[in-house]
Write a protein that binds this ligand. Sequence first.
Ligand SMILES: [Mn+2]
Length: 294
Amino acid sequence: MDYGLLKQYEPLYVIGHKNPDIDSVVSSILLCNILKSHDIECYPCFLDNNYEIEEQSKKMIDDCASLNMKILSSDELDNLNFVLVDHNDPNQSIGLNKRIVWGIDHHPNSKYLSNIYIKMLSSCSLLIFDYFKDYEFSNEEKFMIFMATLDDTAFFKKKKIVEKDQDIIDRLGFDLDSEELFNKYFILTDMNKDLKDYLKSPERKYNYRNIEFGCTLINTTDEYEYLKKSFIENINKLEGNYLGIWTNYSKDITYTYFKYNDEVIEKIYDYIAGRALDIIPDIYKYIDKLLDTI
Ligand SMILES: [Mn+2]
């Protein structure tokens, strides 16, 4: 890490993605703590719109971190120097053509930026913990990382990802019952709400090789399995491309429906699949195949 180079761009504004989750929040706090320990002026920040923290993350943040984010207004972004955490597509935060000095992320590469360090670990917080080996993380910081990793891995239920990172997670030193924490914090999707409303306002938007698609996640149980059919029908009716993800936590199965050019492709994972680390890479591969065979 070239701290001298980063110092030339201070003050740095460290920012996660829109609709931030605990991983975006914790990653920006941690990275600022680390950079400050190298005498670099920096601030964890949010934008003044679309930075409402997700409900489940809010509960978890309350129990592990103190929020002290700088709020930036959308019209002052052009003159600031940014560091991105927990995303590598600037469309998911400050927009294109801003001054992005560096970044660290655990999502598949959107290929918008070349100066972002990307490695596909369970959470960006965990990646920061593993990457900055010369920094002495406090117990509070380690607990924040543990909580962010719990959230990003559906409380370690995304087994494929977690197994790969088990050694790093163990180094945090928390031997807590993840099932108990799942029951305490995990919020299933409210199925009393109209599914169409969830689809109409996708929580995340992707743009890969000029193919744009919104994405909605439904986290539910056997009780609402009967609604899956209408979920798929509604995806069919949407305009444009779309990725619908339906996870059944009674059976630990994830169903994905990718609508592209008026066709819906179903892919079923016989485990709880992670959006960032299992599903999106498969979608990107699918898009690559489509575009490269034309
Ligand atoms: Mn994350």
